[in-house]
Design a protein around this ligand. Structure first.
Ligand code: ATP
Ligand code: MN
Length: 468
């Protein structure tokens, strides 16, 4: 194909520079036509829209295209002329001069049919679903959001720290962990009294797990760099087969020295709004498609979050509201119990009709590191609750007082010897600080309007599933 350089579909669709020879490579989304002309919708993933390739049937009769495998799913190159489109629906198209097939896809067996498929079916072909309009849009939005996260923090003076994936403590207090070991699964060495596996002989000389959160290590960095964040994979082995939980998900965790709970809420709200604003500004084609295809309220809801202040109230105030709510809940509400998703969504979707930040939860339902309030009963926790999602962020001001922290650890049976380094942060130059965790996939759920978290990550891990 001479020495013409290839151009992306996205660039061609935006091009004003017409009547020139171009080379484009991608996958056939559809081919249709008649005995005079064939139309190929070619998509290379560079953006939502495909480019229309017009193939004159004299040079490219349908029989020949079919014989060469120019069918849905085939990877091809097209050399031709970029011209103003004669038809409706696109500004430009390519008049094909030469078509090369890299790889055909037998239409008799290619799993992606023109008619479209259920999201459930697409989950079973996670290796092919990125080629659909829906997953192309979701994956591009995921990218844009990851980029926006780094941009926000960089613009606001935060440093990105890489916290470990393999952790030596199982005391992070956020759920069940996956074990990491190189010991043989049969005849693993036992402790002297034969009561269990001897992990001193394991790879790291101790029992290790996959991390459930980078927070504790982020606190280390915050006590030196001031404003930091982590953004990495986290793992939870809880058997929660819900539309909001994954066993492997990505979490964004800022941690800021000298911030109190108020500062923490301000940061969370500004951060979330800026991410939504970024999506609206940069993901227009993809969001428009999702809005039309899945959720007609999507764009309105996104704009609403940007335009309105989040409602802030305490857990205690929320319980009062829920107790007199007209709605019947599956789980009863009583001061001291954890709120369920149905309660969170009632507050957000029915009562306040906007995002909510709940603060000052009972100490017994929150992690050991949260700062105790003067009432001795509640801690400076905050959860951000979003429409359609429930909890999207969980965070707190951290306990910076060594004695109080040790008391909480004792009360909650968290062994001090495992977190000696965490305690030393309170021994040497301790300072007030606060942070939170934003589940990246919950954010993507909100931005895309998808209903199931398994549809917003390329390769979802959940109980019974790690095929791809
Ligand atoms: P939930 O009550 O919804 O199970 P959590 O309170 O256990 O969440 P945190 O430990 O506070 O969650 O984690 C911080 C954030 O990480 C949550 O607000 C949520 O956005 C996200 N998150 C937590 N667990 C999961 C999961 N299993 N899959 C996907 N995201 C999650
Ligand atoms: Mn939480």
């Amino acid at each position: 194909m001479s020495d013409l350089r290839k151009t992306s579909v996205q660039d061609l669709l935006r091009s004003q520079d017409l009547d020139r020879e171009v080379l484009v490579k991608g996958w056939v989304r559809t081919r249709r036509g008649n005995k005079y002309v064939q139309f190929i919708a070619l998509n290379d993933g560079s953006g939502f829209h495909s480019i229309q390739v017009v193939a004159n049937a004299e040079q490219f009769p349908e029989d020949k295209l079919r014989a060469e495998g120019v069918e849905n799913g085939a990877a091809i190159a097209v050399r031709g002329k970029l011209v103003a489109s004669q038809g409706k629906g696109q500004a430009v198209e390519i008049q094909a001069d030469e078509i090369t097939v890299y790889g055909s896809a037998d239409p008799a067996v290619y799993p992606l049919q023109k008619k479209g498929h259920s999201l459930e079916f697409l989950r079973e072909i996670a290796h092919l679903r990125p080629r659909t309009n829906t997953f192309g849009a979701i994956l591009r939005i995921r990218h844009a959001m990851a980029f926006a996260v780094h941009q926000y923090f960089n613009d606001h003076g935060f440093y990105y720290v890489h916290t470990p994936i393999v952790t030596g403590s199982d005391a992070e207090g956020a759920g069940q962990m996956f074990r990491v070991t190189t010991l043989p699964d049969q005849n693993a060495p036992l402790t002297e009294d034969k009561s269990g596996v001897d992990y001193t002989q394991d790879f790291f000389g101790k029992q290790t797990n996959l991390t459930v959160s980078g927070q504790l290590e982020a606190e280390v960095a915050a006590m030196a760099l001031g404003k930091v964040y982590t953004f990495g994979p986290t793992f939870r082995a809880e058997n929660s087969n819900t539309a909001r939980h994954l066993a492997e998900f990505w979490m964004i965790e800022p941690e800021v020295a000298f911030n109190d709970l108020q500062d923490n809420m301000d940061l969370a709200e500004d951060f979330l709004k800026s991410l939504v604003r970024y999506a609206l500004a940069h993901c227009e084609d993809d969001l428009k498609f999702l809005n039309e295809q899945y959720d007609k309220e999507l764009l309105t809801r996104l704009q609403f979050v940007v335009d309105n202040d989040f409602q802030r109230l305490t857990y205690t105030e929320a319980v009062e509201i829920l107790k007199v709510a007209k709605q019947k809940f599956e789980f009863p509400v009583d001061w001291g119990t954890d709120l369920q998703s149905e309660h969170e969504r009632y507050l957000v979707e029915k009562h306040f009709k906007k995002p909510v930040i709940l603060t000052d939860y009972p100490k017994d339902i929150k992690a050991f590191y949260m700062k105790l309030n003067d009432d001795g009963q509640t801690v400076r926790a905050m959860d951000v609750l979003f429409p359609g999602i429930g909890e999207i962020i969980g965070g707190s001001q951290r306990e910076e007082d060594l004695t109080k922290l040790k008391d909480r650890m004792a009360a909650m049976h968290v062994p001090e010897h495992e977190l000696w380094w965490y305690l030393e942060l309170r021994q040497y130059g301790t300072a007030p600080h606060a942070g939170f965790g934003l589940g990246f996939e919950r954010l993507i759920l909100f931005i895309t309007g998808m209903a199931n978290i398994r549809d917003v990550i390329p390769f979802p891990r959940f109980p019974g599933s790690a095929e791809f």
